[in-house]
Design a protein around this ligand. Structure first.
Ligand code: BGC
Length: 497
């Protein structure tokens, strides 16, 4: 899905990794007591029931129904895993794994069909109440995402995330969700991957609404996404926190990035810029001072000038907005999938584009195993966690997504994929034990094979296989599910490194 961070295959050597001398430890790799083990899903990817019981259309309904091969074989999420009617089957999977946490998202237009509280769909409330209550009855903590790419179409018609009016609409929706579900939900994610979403939906136009605004739309949407997140955090803080005692953050997608040539100063700078334009673009305003990284501002201003724009294509926050934005996250939520190498690529002609603004080229090391756009680089997650710890004052971190896909048809014996998960857990163990990273929860992406955005059902990220040809949508565990259940039961790996 995350095409812009999908490196092109070019030849380069692996960065050398120094290991700590006190390693390996004598005990097995047991995680700290109380560590959270979860799995994640998102409404449009699993629910189906696209127009059931009063649900309003979302932009993904419109986009997929338009066809045009923008999604693999013009597939849609109309039925997907059928979780709208088959929630109990999902719960069985959750129990089979022994999850302590389950992250899912609310469909805005299932709750508020036209995006506003003018009309509230009780059937939507009932559906999510049941999920939340069933989870809690089974000792599973819900982590709830308010927004995972599926804007109500009615709001897109009013300009969507390009319009500043969305900030108010999102805040009202968030308040509605906090007041309806916040007595039981204590961990909230406002927005999933605003960085990926802004770029794919409003810059490249690969996601709905499908209209490219290269070089401008992504920044405009990102600006509004940050403000919407911050506003809703303040709403929680002032209206709900005292009584509900929950936590609110947003989930940021970030790859780890290494300079292609570790001895080249320009590649080192390029790697820093890549992180500034991905993770820090959102994390710095929200976790530190309310404003974008300096290098992001100067780079975009420089390119804009070169291209003849009267001012920078990156909008500016007012001083009041900066004060409103800073400090609006109660934990750091990270979605990590892959690592890439980057190299300085001068934008001599001043071309418009995201990578052109960053002036980088991205590609993998040829030794890295790839399945799709994800390169199997488990050590990248440890480096990224350490970077977050050092840059953002040692926050509590949740990994809200991490996973690996299989093509279709997929083998139930997904040994290679399990190897990726297993090595990832080793790296998380090292991050906690050796780097003292404050990691509290890990959520695998994803519970079930599901609608993988532009790839349709052709990429399978699930712990459980779903047969999309069978109306009953049977869920069958992959080897990874069985192995993950053992990890959860042991609270870590039994093995020694
Ligand atoms: C998104 C998911 C998606 C996954 C795999 C993440 O960036 O949040 O919705 O399915 O990547 O591509």
């Amino acid at each position: 899905m995350t095409v812009y961070w999908a490196p092109l295959n070019k030849g380069h050597t692996s960065p050398h990794l120094a290991e700590c001398s006190s390693w390996p430890p004598s005990d097995s790799m047991a995680f700290p007591a109380g560590f959270g083990w979860g799995a994640s899903t998102a409404a449009y990817q699993v629910e189906g029931g696209w127009d059931a019981d009063g649900k309003g259309p979302s932009v993904w309904d419109t986009f997929t129904h338009q066809g045009g091969e923008r999604v693999f074989k013009n597939q849609t999420g109309d039925v997907a895993c059928g979780s709208y009617t088959l929630w109990e089957e999902d719960l069985k999977c959750i129990k089979q794994l022994g999850l302590t946490h389950y992250r899912f998202s609310l469909s805005w237009s299932r709750l508020l069909p036209d995006g506003t509280t003018g009309f509230i769909n009780q059937k939507g409330i009932d559906y999510y109440n049941k999920i939340i209550d069933d989870l809690l009855a089974n000792g599973v903590m819900p982590i709830v995402t308010l927004y995972h790419f599926d804007l109500p179409q009615a709001l897109e018609n009013k300009g969507g995330w390009l319009s500043e009016a969305i900030v108010e609409s999102f805040d009202k929706y968030a308040r509605f969700c906090f007041s309806t579900f916040g007595d039981r939900v204590k961990q909230w994610i406002t927005i999933n991957e605003p960085n990926i979403f802004a770029l794919l939906a409003y810059d490249l136009g690969i996601f709905p609404p499908g209209i490219p605004h290269i070089g401008t739309g992504g920044y405009q949407a990102a600006h509004n996404l940050i403000k919407a997140h911050a506003r809703s955090w303040h709403s929680y803080n002032s209206l709900f926190r005292r009584e509900q005692k929950g936590m609110v953050s947003l989930a940021i997608f970030a790859p780890w990035v290494e300079p292609a040539d570790p001895n080249s100063v320009s590649d080192q700078e390029a790697a820093k810029r890549a992180i500034a334009f991905s993770l820090d673009f959102f994390a710095k305003p929200i976790f530190t001072d309310g404003d974008y990284p300096e290098v992001v501002k100067s780079q975009i201003a420089f390119m804009s000038k070169k291209q003849g724009y009267p001012s920078s294509r990156l909008p500016e926050f007012t001083e009041e907005e900066k004060r409103m934005i800073k400090g609006t996250a109660d934990f750091f939520a990270l979605n990590y999938y892959t690592t890439c190498l980057v190299k300085y690529q001068e934008n001599k002609k001043g071309e418009l584009g995201f990578l052109q603004d960053v002036e980088i080229e991205i590609f993998p090391d040829p030794s890295w195993i790839s399945l799709g756009w994800i390169y199997m680089v488990p050590w990248g997650i440890r480096k990224l966690l350490k970077y977050i710890k050092d840059t953002y004052n040692n926050p509590v971190i949740y990994i809200t997504e991490n996973g690996f896909s299989q093509g279709d048809p997929a083998s139930l014996d997904d040994t290679q994929r399990w190897e990726y998960f297993r090595q990832t857990f080793q790296e998380l163990f090292k991050a906690i034990q050796l780097d003292k990273v404050n990691l509290k929860i890990y959520c695998a992406w994803t519970l079930l094979d599901n609608f993988e955005w532009n790839y349709g059902y052709n990429k399978r990220f699930g712990l459980f296989h779903v047969d999309f040809e069978d109306p009953a949508r049977p869920r069958v565990p992959y080897t990874s599910a069985k192995e993950y259940a053992k990890i959860i039961q042991n609270n870590g790996l039994e093995e020694h490194l």
